[in-house]
Design a binder for this molecule. Structure first.
Ligand SMILES: Nc1ncnc2c1ncn2[C@@H]1O[C@H](COP(=O)(O)OP(=O)(O)OP(=O)(O)O)[C@@H](O)[C@H]1O
Ligand SMILES: [Mg+2]
Length: 505
């Protein structure tokens, strides 16, 4: 082992000894916690310098010990490790070393991990694989933040890290693309506060899902969450729905009725389609926001309510403010934190994992066999522009899964309009193997598939595809034409795939 190693880990005993180094004091200490020895090695190579001393630990457990002894300023923490997970380690580290900046390294950018990482006070997260420049930049930023914090807490004599207790995090939001990761990061940052959040985005982008996630990750998660669709309730009823009414307030009000605000006390109210709310109601909402109090319709008593408001709309509120159909003051009041959701076409790289998630959920809910999707069909879904966003994709997947007779959704199971709009022709229409058109198409699909190969879900897809091809070959006793037809692939494509997967025919 090299004498440069500041720390020699005796992995079996979980003990470590520290070797003397000349300028220990001057160097910033960076701790890399990862079970992957190669990654630790390369991070150490990249980061080690006169300024940085890099220590390693191969598990969360060892990492905690090293951190206790060495007080690192920056910790690079893997998420998936045997034993303690990164998130668990993160929670311990935050408790014990509030001024250390922790960067979580995730191989699979799951929603949960990102939200949790930010919630439990990570400085940032980075998705594997990353390039050296990225990690160097992030480490430098973390180090700067750490020394700022050191100075601040020295002057305050206090602990600057805030803690949120562990909460039940339910999944269901898919997105490892950059724009979605940014959304999760914001959620993690704002969930615990009582800030009003305005969620915007086209129809079907997941506004309601995000509103729920904010509530679930907030300190109010065990209090009521009530969603109100402002567009669906008749204008003359909405006030009574929201604020309640007294007996005799209007014809038909035969008894007192508690509104959603009162029933939601202590919890979160989600005002969906807020752009469709009448001006008169907007005024009352503003008052509830500003004063934290409401009045029942027909009542004179003011009632204190403690409600956090979330709002969503797919209307251009700014324009509505200009046209005076939306109150400017309410607009600013609601717009404290804005979460704009990307359209699905702006995050096409999430399509494979969304499809995978939807197929798994469908199999679970319908207690049916899990269906797969052929790479060709998936390539079409990644070339379509999704005006209806995730909702449209969800509907299409459910419909196609029902249409598909075999184990996989094939090109032929997709709606014609979608295939046409995506600019790829169904394979039956070009049956002649070896034709120029087919070869070109095969190449286009290969290119699309090569792109997919870079994505996180690739291993799954790859394995699923291999199994599908093997099964088709078995069923057709190695007859390529027939197998290609079953798979919704062209013969040349199939031949290539057989080679790639090292399958026997
Ligand atoms: N990131 C995502 N991961 C998984 N499912 C999603 C995601 N985003 C949206 N969905 C699903 O897509 C559908 C539409 O989402 P949602 O109802 O939240 O959209 P919305 O933005 O509120 O649309 P609208 O403006 O039409 O009300 C839901 O079934 C939801 O579960
Ligand atoms: Mg909605």
């Amino acid at each position: 082992m090299s004498t440069d190693d500041a720390l020699l880990l005796d992995q079996r005993a979980g003990k470590y000894t520290v070797q003397a180094m000349k300028d220990l004091q001057k160097q910033a200490v960076i701790l890399v916690i990862d079970d992957d020895a190669d990654l630790r090695y390369s991070l150490k190579r990249v980061l080690s310098s006169k300024e940085y001393r890099v220590l390693e630990a191969e598990s969360g457990e060892v990492g905690l010990k090293v951190a206790a002894a060495e007080k690192p300023q920056v910790i690079l923490l893997d998420n998936r490790m045997p034993g303690m997970t990164g998130i668990e380690t993160l929670q311990h580290l935050r408790g014990e070393h509030p001024n250390a900046m922790i960067i979580l390294m995730t191989a699979f950018g799951t929603t949960q991990t990102t939200i949790e990482a930010m919630k439990f006070g990570a400085f940032d997260y980075i998705m594997k694989p990353f390039d050296p420049k990225q990690i160097m930049g992030l480490t430098a930023a973390a180090l700067a933040a750490s020394s700022d914090l050191d100075k601040a807490s020295a002057s305050m004599g206090g602990d600057a890290g805030s803690q949120v207790s562990a909460e039940d995090l339910e999944g269901g939001i898919i997105g490892s693309s950059k724009p979605m990761q940014a959304v999760f990061k914001t959620i993690g940052q704002v969930a615990a506060s009582d800030a009003t959040v305005m969620i915007t985005g086209e129809s079907g982008t997941g506004k309601e899902l995000i509103a729920r996630a904010i509530h679930r990750n907030s300190l109010r998660s065990n209090k009521p969450y009530i969603a109100v669709n402002c567009a669906a309730i008749a204008e003359n009823l909405i006030e009574s729905e929201l604020f309640g009414h007294e007996k005799g307030a209007f014809t038909g009000a035969t008894q007192q009725h508690l509104g959603k605000f009162e029933r939601c006390d202590g919890g979160t109210i989600f005002l969906d389609e807020i752009g469709d709310m009448a001006l008169a109601t907007q005024t009352k909402i503003l008052r509830a926001l500003q004063e934290g109090e409401i009045q029942r319709v027909g009542g004179s008593e003011t009632i204190k309510v403690d409600v956090r408001m979330l709002a969503a709309t797919n209307k251009p509120l700014e324009e509505m403010v200009e046209e005076k159909t939306f109150r400017e003051d309410l607009y600013y009041r609601l717009n404290v934190v804005r979460v704009p959701l990307p359209a699905l076409r702006e995050r096409m790289e999430d399509v494979p994992s969304l499809v995978d998630f939807m197929l798994k959920r469908l199999a679970r809910d319908s207690k049916a066999e899990l269906k797969h999707i052929s790479p060709e069909a998936l390539a079409v879904l990644q070339a379509y522009d999704w005006p209806g966003n995730v909702r449209e994709l969800e509907n299409l997947i459910y419909r196609s899964a029902v249409m598909a007779q075999g184990e996989a959704i094939l090109l032929k199971d997709l709606p014609e309009e979608v295939v046409e709009a995506a600019g790829l022709e169904p394979s039956e229409q070009a049956e002649e193997a070896g034709s120029v058109e087919l070869r070109e198409r095969g190449d286009a699909l290969d290119a699309a598939y090569a792109q997919l190969r870079g994505e996180t879900e690739v291993d799954l897809l790859h394995a699923a595809e291999r199994a599908m091809i093997a099964r088709a070959l078995q069923e057709t006793e190695g007859e390529l034409g027939a197998a290609a037809a079953i798979l919704g692939m062209t013969r040349p494509t199939l031949r290539k795939r057989i080679e790639q997967h090292s399958l026997n025919t």
